[in-house]
Design a protein around this ligand. Structure first.
Ligand code: HEM
Length: 406
């Protein structure tokens, strides 16, 4: 348990002990200071379900500094990153957000998701086949990392042989998205990745104009509503947010979900015995160890949340990971209940920015859990300390070694 005497701040997530189990900190914040001015982060931190919903519904998503602002702040080296982020749907408000999201929805149809579904099972089976006879594996390195990376390449319509490169770029980009403070020592590498992936997707757009492939790169380039289309810069920016959004998080859902099942053997047994529970199990695992723990918004005007005054332009961190354990919303929230009804968790966000890839993420996780549970008997964790990745927003393990009988 974490020492309750510490000054309340989300910054304590940097402490490995808190990172391993942030829920006592969240419980304390929800109970004592549900709308907290966090002096270390210079932002409000909101942890109750109702308040997180309010922030995600009514506050501004337009929170990334513009290239001009960065120059003003003497951080012009980061402008290539900002140029991409300002065009990504994740950081747009109405009406610009609706325009990009509608064009993206034209490109990412239910039919396309169904086509990917057929491949997901095959990719999962081949990854599990490769280790089944060995009796042990690192879930992260051998399943949770490669599965979303390969599916993402298919989704984009680029060669699946490039999946390791896509993974590396996504990890670098996610480092900037998921952390309160980026590591200046890593900036050069992150900027190199931004440059490489921008060139890669520009080349892909041009190559696919001559030889179209099924996939989001080509579909976004050609998506059209009443004569309106995305510019090449907008296509590149939104291919990148989809690629990044689709990997780190899905990797962590697979890893965190399997860890939760292994830590709750009765639930694991229940799911093994009744695979029809899978859809509600995936929702409960998303709620219980949310891969995306928090996101941020700006106050659109002087306002208040739960009686605390918030000034226009102040940042608010909405902690979905805490809201998903709020006892006022979820009875017995620290219990894993694979049959939980009324489970409208916030792991995929809420309202206009609700995750664009949720159906795909759910399918990948269900395929991974089903393959592992049905193929690897007596699965258990190798008894050794678990190391959580130091990305504070995107919660996931560095490695997770498991073993089973062969
Ligand atoms: C378990 C896996 C996933 C989790 C937990 C997750 C979580 C989220 C969350 C919390 C948001 C909202 C962020 C905010 O409001 O600030 C979001 C948005 C988004 N996600 Fe996901 N995501 C997952 C998988 C995916 C996949 C597979 C894709 C790609 C196909 C994807 C693409 C996106 C995009 C493009 C947005 C921005 C939507 C918008 O701004 O309108 N995500 N995701």
């Amino acid at each position: 348990m974490n020492a309750p005497t510490k000054t309340p701040s989300l910054f304590h997530l940097l402490d490995p002990e808190v990172l391993a189990d942030p829920y006592p900190l969240y419980a304390r914040l929800r109970a004592e200071t549900p709308v907290l001015w966090d002096p270390y982060l210079h932002a409000w931190v909101v942890t109750r379900y109702a308040d997180v919903v309010e922030v995600l519904t009514t506050f501004s998503a337009n929170r990334t500094p513009t290239p001009d602002k960065l120059v003003e702040l003497g951080m012009e080296n980061l402008t290539p990153l900002a140029r991409i982020m300002v065009a990504q749907m994740l950081f747009l408000d109405r009406p610009a957000h609706g325009r990009v999201r509608r064009l993206a929805a034209v490109a990412f149809t239910p039919r396309r998701i169904e086509e990917l579904a057929a491949h997901i099972q095959g990719i999962t089976d081949s990854l599990v086949d490769a280790v089944a006879g060995r009796g042990h594996m690192d879930v992260m390195a051998e399943l949770a990392n490669p599965l979303p990376a390969i599916v993402t390449a298919e989704m984009l319509g680029v060669p699946t042989s490039d999946h390791e490169m896509l993974k590396k770029w996504s990890t670098d980009f996610a480092e900037m998205l998921g952390n309160f403070q980026h590591n200046p020592g890593r900036t050069a590498q992150v900027l190199r990745s931004v440059d490489e992936m921008t060139c890669y997707f520009r080349d892909a757009i041009r190559a696919q104009a001559a030889h179209p492939t099924d996939g989001l790169v080509n579909a976004l380039t050609n998506a059209e509503i009443d004569g309106d289309r995305l510019t090449e810069d907008e296509v590149v920016a939104n291919v990148i947010v989809t690629m990044v959004g689709g990997q780190e998080t899905t990797t962590n859902l697979i890893g965190n979900g399997l860890l939760t099942l292994l830590r709750h053997p009765a639930a694991l047994q229940q799911l093994r015995a009744d695979p029809t529970l899978m859809p509600s199990a995936v929702e409960e695992l998303l709620r219980f160890e949310s891969p995306s723990q928090h996101t941020a918004r700006l106050a659109p005007r002087d306002t208040s949340i739960a009686g605390r005054p918030i000034e226009k332009g102040q940042a608010v961190i909405a902690v979905m990971g805490a809201a998903n354990r709020d006892p006022d919303r979820f009875p017995d929230p620290n219990r894993v209940d694979l049959c939980r009804s009324d489970n409208r968790h916030l792991a995929f966000g809420w309202a206009a920015h609700f995750c664009f890839g949720a159906p795909l993420a759910r399918m990948e996780a269900a395929a991974a859990f089903a393959a592992v549970l049905s193929r690897l008997p007596d699965l258990s964790l190798v008894p050794e300390p678990l190391v959580w990745r130091p990305n504070l927003g995107l919660r996931g393990l560095q490695a997770m070694r498991v073993r089973w009988s062969v």
